[in-house]
Design a protein around this ligand. Structure first.
Ligand code: BJW
Ligand code: ZN
Length: 241
């Protein structure tokens, strides 16, 4: 890790009036939550891409719910790490701050972040397929299959699957914060899932200084201003101190 790059990135961050942060599974990897595309991302030989679709749920809701139950059991034992805490502490120090997370684990909220969009949903929320009611649910494990307390309809995770649209409200908020930020900090995402994969280039074109923190290079590394390679829980507290 070049001390010069780290210093330059830190200087940009402390002098910014508006900061937007985009996070992915890599920030929670340091809390022990498996990433999607890492070697530890498999469950019973299935890939996330095969389970996180409306078609998979339609065909075999029990299988998909078993996967979510396994993940809920795992995530409930995990705590936010120093990177989540550093991000949460930053929001009250910056004039215009917004956190965009692709993670559904809820660890940013647990760490105290309030100015955030969970653009892919939250694993602790369920939605009724029949009446659309969205409710918080922290039961672990959830008895399967779960049904709606209001209308008896089948419940699904309140999560955005492949081929499904993100919430309009979240997309509008992201578009605004990407336009106005002086610095976009992208942490621990492989940068292959859209629309989030396009956020770095949108912010860059709007004039933001873009900093990436990841263990490895990503498809976005060439377009960002600084790519820092290392663990989120070590680099992010240094950058945001
Ligand atoms: C560390 C670390 C450490 C590890 N420190 N770093 C345009 C072009 C092509 C396709 C599309 C397009 N627009 C839409 C699509 C289709 C699709 C898509 O993007 N497909 C691509 C895969 C090609 N997108 C959608 O369907 C989206 N919907 C949509 O756009 O609707 C309109 C539309 C539909 C169809 C066509 C066109 C338009 C919805 C996407 C929702 C994705 N949801 C998921 C699943 C949720 C399930 C669940 O969690 O239960 O969300 S996919 C999965 O990937 C999950 C994640 O949030 C998301 C991103 O993954 P992330 O966070 O980047 O994790 P990893 O594992 O990939 O990477 C971890 C990174 O961390 C790595 O880089 C490591 O190096 C790093 N790392 N340890 C620092 N300690
Ligand atoms: Zn219902």
């Amino acid at each position: 890790m070049s001390q010069h790059l780290l210093h330059e990135a830190h200087t940009r961050i402390v002098s910014a009036q508006a900061i937007t942060i985009l996070t992915g599974a890599g920030i929670s990897a340091d809390s022990g939550v498996p990433t999607f595309r890492g070697a530890d991302g498999l469950w019973r030989n299935f890939r996330a891409e095969e389970l996180a679709t409306p078609e998979a749920f339609e065909q075999d809701p029990l299988l998909v719910w078993e996967w979510y139950n396994w993940r809920r059991e795992l995530i409930v034992t995990k705590q936010p790490n120093d990177a989540h805490h550093a991000v949460a502490a930053l929001e009250s120090r910056v004039n215009d701050f917004w956190l965009i997370t692709q993670n559904v684990d809820g660890l940013h909220r647990t760490a105290g972040s309030t100015k955030l969009s969970e653009i892919h949903g939250n694993i602790w929320m369920v939605r009724c397929m029949a009446c659309g009611a969205v409710t918080e649910n922290h039961q672990v494990p959830l008895p399967l299959l779960p049904h709606c307390g209001q209308c008896g309809g089948l419940l699904r995770p309140h999560i955005v699957w492949f081929g499904e649209s993100l919430q309009e409200e979240d997309l509008a908020r992201c578009a605004k914060q990407l336009q106005i930020c002086d610095v976009l900090l992208v942490i621990g995402t492989s940068g292959v899932v859209y629309p989030a994969a396009g956020f770095a280039s949108i912010a860059k074109e709007a004039g933001a200084y873009v900093i990436e923190v990841n263990l490895d290079p990503t498809p976005q590394s060439d377009l960002v201003d600084i790519a820092l390679h290392g663990r989120a829980k070590e680099l992010v507290p240094l950058l945001l101190q």
